[in-house]
Design a protein around this ligand. Structure first.
Ligand code: FE2
Length: 372
């Protein structure tokens, strides 16, 4: 159970936790230099900032990558003494920090902790010659954290980083649409309550195991979102089936809860997926049979249906419109983190009609890995 706010005796003066946007997503990886090359060459990110020994930071190297409003940070430890090694040993490459920009990091931290979040780092200034930002951080599911970043009038990426421009070949993704967490069996509601209580999120939509199951495995999912619905965080848990759920496979390899996928939005998915396929990005297989039934289900769309089929893009429709999406295979050898590319054409849902096809595709790969 989350601690009720009253237990902290601060009900009258609990400050607001005012999240403005996702500031960046930080991944801890085994070899940040090579990972940065992969995200540049394959996914089209520009390398825009760097922190490491050359900038006076001797315990880690961090590469900041940007495409549109998406900022990814890839960080590796430089020494066997670094605490990052323990994290990497447990989880492999993955998301450490889903960092939010806030108006006031001190208030955001105090408000989040008063509402039951576990502190990671109290409010502190990070300073360099070109200015300062104020940061703090709290824990969320697994070994994942949320940093709060108060930028003030700071104009760079973050203090301590040097400008480092290496172009990546834009593929057209421009913002983070949603970030999905996988949590342990029967913990989905706990973490939904956490986001409701700590960040004042509300439930956007939910899917139960009848929506997302094959003959063998199943999952449940709820989508939590902030008031403006700018930050959308779906949370999955495994549901019982004849065989191991794909969510359980993730949990087994990640050892605990964590970020399952980051969805990147594009305004032209045909262009984006064409670029990505040419760059060698690997996607989940979508069977021919998917396109035999799809047009009856979703009706007319503005894009060329033959191109959609040839690029193996998934389509779904809801009351407000339709969406186009596709999922990469895991980005590392452990079957954990992957990316989604999504184009929204009126729809603000998450491709419920595709869950079945997606789930079956993931399950085929899971069987190939022998993890069932
Ligand atoms: Fe997604």
């Amino acid at each position: 159970m989350l601690k009720p706010i009253a237990a902290h005796g601060r009900t009258a003066t609990v400050p607001a936790v005012d999240l403005r946007r996702i500031h960046h997503v930080e991944l801890w990886v085994g070899n940040a230099r090579q990972a940065a090359y992969f995200y540049r060459k394959c996914f089209g990110f520009d390398q825009v900032a760097y922190l490491g020994p050359e900038t006076g930071n001797h315990d880690r190297a961090s590469y900041c990558l940007r495409q549109g409003e998406i900022f990814l940070v890839l960080t590796s430890p430089l020494s066997h003494l670094s605490p990052l090694n323990v994290w990497l040993s447990c989880h492999g490459d993955g998301v450490r920090d889903l960092a939010f920009e806030v108006g006031d990091a001190t208030d955001a931290f105090a408000g989040a902790v008063a509402r039951g979040a576990i502190p990671v780092a109290g409010p502190h200034d990070v300073e360099a010659a070109d200015g300062a930002v104020r940061r703090a951080a709290v824990r969320t599911y697994g070994d994942t954290i949320h940093s709060f970043i108060e930028r003030g009038d700071y104009e760079g990426f973050l203090p301590g980083y040097a400008l480092d421009t290496v172009r990546g070949g834009n593929v057209g993704v421009h913002c983070i649409d949603h970030v999905v967490g996988n949590v342990d069996h029967d913990r989905m509601q706990y973490w939904c309550d956490f986001y409701a209580q700590v960040f004042d999120f509300s439930q956007f939509v939910s899917y139960d195991d009848k929506d997302i199951c094959t003959d063998y495995t199943a999952l449940r999912s709820k989508v939590m979102a902030d008031r403006e619905r700018n930050i959308k965080l779906p949370i999955n848990e495994p549901a019982p089936g004849k065989l191991k759920s794909q969510i359980q496979e993730y949990l087994d390899f990640n050892l605990t809860a964590g970020v399952q996928h980051i969805a990147l939005r594009t305004d032209d998915i045909i262009e984006t997926i064409s670029h990505l396929r040419a760059n060698g990005a690997e996607f989940l297989d979508v069977p021919d049979s998917y396109y035999e039934a799809i047009w009856k289900r979703v009706g007319r769309i503005d894009q060329d249906p033959d191109r959609i089929r040839d690029l193996r893009i998934l389509v779904d429709r809801d009351d407000n419109g339709y969406l186009l999406q596709l999922f990469t295979r895991p980005l590392q050898d452990r079957p954990t983190l992957f990316l989604e590319v999504i184009q929204r054409c009126g729809s603000d849902s998450f491709g419920k009609g595709n869950f079945q096809a997606l789930f079956e595709a993931i399950e085929r790969e899971q069987i190939r890995r022998g993890n069932v």
